[in-house]
Design a protein around this ligand. Structure first.
Ligand SMILES: [Zn+2]
Length: 202
């Protein structure tokens, strides 16, 4: 089965190869793992001994609830074999993640969405409750957020998952290393962002 050796490359062949939005941190890791595995195996001439291809890029399934507005959102924001982000779904998500205090919609980071989707998988599909997504500078000031908070650029979310303690949620997020992870046990939520890998307990 010589094509099994090139299976990981199929991900690129199916896509445009130019979709800068698509590769999340985790997606990139999977792709790189697959490519590296393929190259090593080809170099060693062990085509039949290849590792299985990496898991396909997910559909970006998310089920979210915003306690502040009572809104629910359940969707798949990736489409097709290449898992390209769907514009309409991203608009719906940006709206969902908006600054409720100012009724202002900001950007939304697909890597953050991928993190939340993977988290949801790891907590058995439970709904993720979003207590804070995008923040305008004004809301960030009144919330006492850092001046360069990643909430300002749509790269951070404060979340809780009913049925999962915040400590367990924190540990689960830490294992994923999405970027920044903060535990706010008294407030009952975790902060997660796609910045540098770091963690703290508030
Ligand atoms: Zn936060």
């Amino acid at each position: 089965m010589p094509f099994a050796a090139t299976q990981p490359w199929g991900i690129f062949q199916n896509g445009s190869g130019k979709d800068v939005n698509r590769p999340s941190t985790m997606g990139r890791r999977r792709l790189l793992a697959g490519i590296t595995g393929g190259l090593v195996a080809l170099a060693a001439g062990r085509v039949e001994a290849l590792q299985p291809p990496p898991a396909p890029i997910g559909t970006g399934h998310l089920e979210l609830f915003a306690p502040a507005t009572g809104e629910r959102l359940a969707l798949d924001y990736r489409r097709g074999a290449a898992g390209r982000p769907d514009d309409a779904a991203l608009r719906a998500l940006a709206h969902f993640f908006r600054d409720w205090h100012q009724d202002a919609t900001g950007p939304i980071d697909t890597a953050l969405l991928d993190t939340l989707s993977e988290l949801q998988r790891r907590v058995d599909g439970r709904s993720i409750h979003l207590t804070c997504g995008f923040r305008t500078a004004r809301t960030n000031r009144s919330a006492g957020g850092e001046r360069n908070s990643l909430h300002l650029s749509g790269r951070a979310a404060d979340i809780r998952v009913p049925g999962i303690t915040t400590s367990r949620l924190y540990r689960t997020l830490l294992q994923m290393e999405p970027g920044g992870v903060g535990l706010y046990v008294h407030q009952g939520f975790c902060h997660v962002d796609t910045g540098d890998v770091r963690h703290w307990e508030g």
